[in-house]
Design a binder for this molecule. Sequence first.
Ligand SMILES: *[C@@H]1O[C@H](CO)[C@@H](O)[C@H](O)[C@H]1NC(C)=O
Ligand SMILES: *[C@@H]1O[C@H](CO)[C@@H](O)[C@H](O)[C@H]1NC(C)=O
Ligand SMILES: *[C@@H]1O[C@H](CO)[C@@H](O)[C@H](O)[C@H]1NC(C)=O
Ligand SMILES: *[C@@H]1O[C@H](CO)[C@@H](O)[C@H](O)[C@H]1NC(C)=O
Length: 308
Amino acid sequence: MASWLLQILIISSLHLISPSSQKETRFVYEDFLDREDLYLDGSAIVHPGGSLQLTNTSKYQIGHAFYDKPLQLTSSFSTHFVCALVKKPKVEGKPITEGGHGIAFIVSPSMDFSHAQPTRYLGVFDASTIKSPSSHVLAVELDTIWNPEFNDTKSNHVGIDVNSPLSVGVASASYYSDVEKKNESINLLSGNPIQVWVDYEDTMLTVWISPLDVKKPSRPLLSHPINLAKIFPNISKLYVGFSAATGNAVSDQYILGWSFSTDRGSLQRLDISRIAELPYSTGTDKKLLALFIILFGCLAIVVSAILA
Ligand SMILES: *[C@@H]1O[C@H](CO)[C@@H](O)[C@H](O)[C@H]1NC(C)=O
Ligand SMILES: *[C@@H]1O[C@H](CO)[C@@H](O)[C@H](O)[C@H]1NC(C)=O
Ligand SMILES: *[C@@H]1O[C@H](CO)[C@@H](O)[C@H](O)[C@H]1NC(C)=O
Ligand SMILES: *[C@@H]1O[C@H](CO)[C@@H](O)[C@H](O)[C@H]1NC(C)=O
């Protein structure tokens, strides 16, 4: 009996100290349908086609989406996602509305961002304290509006934020073209899907972006020394996800696919050819057209009946 108890004690203590207790987590979302591990709030919705929409083009909205299980982020993590920021189409006779405000990938000890604000705070930060509501957050922002007081370089930029919207690292949205051997700028508000990679390893955070048809560039857009253990009191319990917000400037803001791993080396490939499509793409136009044809057909029958 005693040896049996001892055995259990030894096994359970071994389990506590063994490195295998550092759980590795990885996941891929090629679409966001029927995912029980997805937490959504605010204006975030999943379309029947599988895309995740964080905001629509209504003013002052915030939408969040998180992988709803806490993760242990120790020495590395890696993520690859595809997003799209779509401005309101130009309406004849009306002034063109500005697109905004942007999307951020976030790492946070909590999924509660109920005190965060829209506009330039991107649904991550609180205007009264300029910090994240939990005071601890790492954000990689794709920001379309110029806020010089937040160290933004220009309207169309990518920034690294630690606990505050004042970016510690910032670069105008561009990618290194391995074909042209030069930097090419990207218009974040083009409406076209954009690939984003964020890697964390050896206390260095590195960010790449590229258009959908360009593979991960050999040179990153941004690198900044970051130490997760210094940002977060407990790196064993962190959530990862996205935030987006609108203000007076508005856009439809989407995530179309997402791969994440708590170990940089084991990130699963995000198959670009299989990810969700933007919901607006011709679907509604086709439905309208079908309705039109049916109505026209009915009208033709009625008219010919009357004439006969
Ligand atoms: C955005 O979504 C909200 C509901 O979440 C809805 O009330 C509003 O009409 C939508 N705005 C647009 C422009 O579709
Ligand atoms: C903002 O930019 C200025 C000038 O480049 C720099 O001195 C300052 O440290 C930056 N602020 C932050 C929070 O990084
Ligand atoms: C290209 O972009 C990178 C990253 O922003 C920057 O460090 C580099 O200086 C740029 N190169 C040129 C030629 O502009
Ligand atoms: C950190 O989070 C883990 C997982 O929730 C928990 O078991 C542990 O007690 C926490 N450590 C501290 C110091 O709060």
